[in-house]
Ligand binder design. Structure first.
Ligand code: ADP
Length: 235
């Protein structure tokens, strides 16, 4: 069942088109990796999916009761975010903000949700530590727990392993795959690492100012585009 469908999507900044012809759908349980070179339109698409940037043309349809505010989002990391002065628990709990509704304070249920997601990510023992003192890998686990507080259906992850060492990257990829398989949460991940993308994802969307490829990871592996993108390397 499709939970998200993009039809003939185009995006522009100040009248200048930067991305066009995007057509794909995401079914419940899919793990889609969005790849493409710098400036190819990946972040613009993410902003569109989150409802932060209106398309110039085309449509984004969410179904199965999914709302844009119920997408769990892990943004690209900036230095300012890395130095954010809050505890691990506070950062994770902030993922419940959209569930507050008209209430002024976090309910017992939302605090329980934050605790459960910290346990899932194995960070409950560092819940009172300052976020800014954590390693890069720990910080990403905290942000993943935060994103999980916001959703039961779809995670949108923008470059979640950038800047991590190979061990922390591997752990992050495994955690994401586990969430995808065990909790049946669909994943859309922007990634620079095409080798890992093809290994973990079920589907690939390759952008280059337009949609260059959309299909299964197996189909992508066979495509001339994948071979060209990798400069003849093996995937
Ligand atoms: P990617 O995430 O793949 O690196 P982006 O979506 O950030 O690509 O950018 C796609 C294109 O849109 C690029 O040519 C970029 O310069 C342009 N662009 C991105 N953000 C803006 C903006 N706020 N204003 C004008 N142009 C932008």
């Amino acid at each position: 069942m499709a939970i998200l469908e993009c039809k003939d999507l185009c995006f522009a900044y100040e009248g200048k088109r930067v991305l066009e012809g995007v057509n794909f759908s995401l079914n419940a349980g899919d793990y889609l990796c969005v790849v493409g070179e710098n400036g190819s339109g990946k972040s613009t698409l993410i902003k569109g999916l989150l409802g932060l940037k209106a398309p110039e043309q085309g449509s984004i349809t969410l179904s199965d009761g999914l709302k844009a505010t119920e997408i769990g989002y892990l943004p690209q990391q900036t230095q300012v975010q890395r130095d954010f002065p809050a505890s691990v628990y506070e950062v994770v709990l902030s993922g419940c903000l959209n569930s507050l509704g008209s209430k002024l304070f976090y309910t017992k249920e939302l605090k329980q949700r934050a605790m459960e997601n910290m346990e899932r990510m194995g960070i409950e023992e560092i819940k009172d530590e300052s976020y800014q003192n954590l390693s890069g890998g720990q910080q990403q686990r905290v942000l993943l727990a935060r994103a999980l507080c916001a959703t039961k259906k779809l995670l949108l992850l923008d470059e979640p392993v950038t800047g991590l060492d190979p061990i922390a990257s591997g752990e992050m990829y495994n955690l994401i795959k586990l969430i995808n398989l065990c909790d049946n949460i669909s994943v859309i991940m922007v990634s620079h690492d095409i080798h890992e993308a093809v290994r973990y994802a079920t589907h690939i969307l390759h952008l280059g100012h337009s949609q260059l490829f959309f299909g299964t990871a197996a189909e992508y592996r066979q495509s001339s585009l994948a071979r060209r993108f990798l400069g003849g390397g093996q995937i």
